[in-house]
Design a protein around this ligand. Structure first.
Ligand code: H2U
Ligand code: ZN
Length: 349
């Protein structure tokens, strides 16, 4: 199956959400202006006494962090959801609808080191992060149907602190993105009797043009329908529905592939690559989830350099997403950079 590509403007459909993206492929002929500048990155200390996430630090709540040595998870001192909200639905005609949401928000520190990023951690430490995501998701999933694991990396994405960390928000309602993916995967499953993403990943590995990194367990691609310039989708080859279901081989391999993907991101502009990443899996508490395949989305905003980002404005905001750089070209650029972190290479000089 050869997916359609056009040298002229066209639209591509995201089968997970049903939304479309306008691809203005003819503009890709414009000169590639990447890597034209060097941006000074502030030196970050290994331990910052002013950081609320560092081991032994006192947080905004007044609580003190333990002297942790691996990962450390705590309930957000400023949670967006509260556990005791009453799960009620209230509607006032078709125009005014609301529902109460109960939930909790967790913060996951990936490392005691204030100055590291996932891309700079070793595979064993990244695997410990994966194990923490799995444990947290299992515990929260026993209480709430929705468990959203995510990371905002970099000030550009609104991360308040360089200390490597992510968040997990769990709640009583299924958020809109998960609901859309649930619907589209279910429709596909009913039609084909196979999970949408399993078919997709097989087609992508056969084609290869959008694959960034792959191994026997995982495949990361710039999806055919990518909206952000260097957006990627990470999917297991063996269908798994939720994070806690990863077996030891898939977990180990996930740590490795995350490392490889994130190093490539940093190496693209020799700069700590900002992104929002998030895991999507089947809602918890239901057995009707054969249509689901666990996956992670990476949404990085950068376009041509460490400072030139894509803005979702104008046409994107008022009509639909648009891109110039084709997903195929973005994948090629990510494949073309080395898999050794640029800072590690610099350190050795
Ligand atoms: P972000 O940088 O991705 O926003 O995550 C940091 C989170 O950590 C943020 O949600 C929480 C903030 O509320 N936090 C605490 O819970 N306690 C603190 O003392 C500092 C930050
Ligand atoms: Zn810190």
């Amino acid at each position: 199956m050869n997916p359609p590509t056009f040298p002229s403007p066209h639209r591509r459909r995201n089968p997970l959400t049903g939304s479309w993206v306008l691809v203005s492929a003819h503009r890709t002929d414009r000169p590639w202006l990447g890597k034209t500048e060097r941006v000074d990155v502030p030196v970050v200390p290994r331990h910052d006494p002013a950081c609320h996430l560092c081991p032994g630090a006192r947080r905004a709540s007044g609580e003190r962090n333990p002297d942790y040595s691996g990962t450390f998870t705590f309930t957000n001192d400023f949670p967006a959801m509260l556990p005791d909200a009453l799960p009620e639905r209230a509607a006032c005609g078709d125009l005014f609808q609301a529902e109460a949401v109960a939930g909790t928000c967790r913060v996951v520190c990936f490392s005691p080191r204030h100055d590291l990023a996932l891309s700079q951690m070793d595979d064993a430490s990244i695997e410990a992060v994966v194990a923490t995501w799995m444990e947290e998701a299992a515990a929260l999933g026993a209480v709430y149907p929705s468990v959203q694991v995510f990371e905002n990396r970099g000030a550009t994405m609104g991360a308040s602190n360089p200390h490597p960390h992510g968040q997990i928000w769990a709640g009583s309602s299924i958020p809109s993105s998960t609901e859309a993916e649930d619907h589209h995967q279910l429709v596909y499953w009913r039609k084909k009797g196979r999970p949408l993403l399993t078919d997709y990943v097989e087609a992508e590995t056969g084609d290869g043009t959008r694959v960034v990194v792959a191994d026997e367990e995982w495949v990361a691609v710039v999806p055919y329908w990518a909206v952000w310039p260097f957006e990627t989708l990470l999917v297991p080859r063996r269908p798994v529905r939720r994070l806690p279901e990863l077996d030891p081989a898939a977990r180990r391999s996930l740590a490795r592939i995350l490392h490889r993907l994130l190093v490539r991101y940093d190496n693209l502009f020799c700069h700590p690559f900002p992104y929002s990443m998030g895991w999507h899996g089947a809602p918890f508490g239901t057995d009707e989830a054969e249509h689901w395949v666990l996956h992670a989305h990476f949404y990085p905003p950068l376009l041509r350099s460490a400072t030139i980002r894509k803005f979702m404005v104008g046409y994107e905001l008022t009509a639909e997403a648009q891109r110039d750089l084709t997903p195929e070209e973005a994948a090629r650029r990510l494949r073309d950079v080395p898999e050794r972190h640029y800072l590690a290479i610099t350190d050795e000089r």
